[in-house]
Design a protein around this ligand. Structure first.
Ligand code: CO
Length: 210
């Protein structure tokens, strides 16, 4: 299987080179993406593919259930580099419907280390129990929880000193919350975008908080 992968890589690099002879030379010289993507590790939600972006166009951090742990050095290092060094303009927190991490967080049986990782989702489920209780079935509740996890993630990204400092110095960087549908391949805007210095959709965040 590894040989298959390497053979596909050779075919891809040859095709890219044929289409644009200076493609790799250009990319090797400069990384200047507009986007920083924080998404789920799920193999069905690759940032570049679902957003229709080429190599070089999006800086990516992915983890199980796209959780923003405020002490996650991996995420914070990537976020700091994206904001302070790459000067990305758009930060996207992207969840997805049918997320296995969200599902695991709603189950009673133990999942080992994942239970520690997924704790913020269980906390969201407790805090938004009324909202979730309005959903017609378990799948809808989990999908709504995936949306709420994104909204919470946007809020947490905005609260980091990295974003606060960037906005204080006048950086024009915005944070958005999107959710991806595995069943239709579509990205949806959760309308919780935050721009320099203020929440642009406080009403939405207040609404889901009830
Ligand atoms: Co997932």
């Amino acid at each position: 299987m590894l040989n298959d992968l390497l053979a596909r890589n050779v075919a891809w690099s040859r095709q890219r080179h044929a289409e644009e002879p200076d493609y790799f030379t250009r990319l090797a010289a400069l990384q200047a993406p507009e986007f920083f993507w924080i998404g789920c590790s799920d193999s069905r939600v690759p940032a570049n593919v679902v957003a229709g972006l080429d190599p070089g166009e999006v800086f990516v951090h992915r983890n199980v259930a796209n959780i923003i742990h405020s002490s996650d050095m991996n995420l914070l290092s990537a976020l700091e580099f994206a904001v302070d060094a790459l000067h990305v303009r758009e930060i996207i927190v992207c969840g997805h419907y049918g997320c296995g991490g969200v599902k695991a967080a709603t189950e009673d049986q133990p999942h080992g280390l994942a239970d520690h990782w997924l704790e913020p989702i269980r906390r969201i489920a407790r805090n938004y129990a009324v909202d979730l209780g309005r959903q017609p079935d378990l799948e809808a509740r989990r999908d709504r929880l995936a949306e709420l996890n994104v909204v919470e993630g946007v809020r947490r990204v905005c609260e980091t000193p990295i974003l606060q400092k960037a906005w204080a110095r006048g950086a024009n960087v915005r944070v958005h919350g999107l959710i991806y549908g595995l069943k239709d391949g579509r990205l949806r805007d959760l309308d919780c975008s935050v721009g320099p210095g203020h929440f642009q959709s406080e009403g939405v965040i207040r609404e889901v908080a009830q």
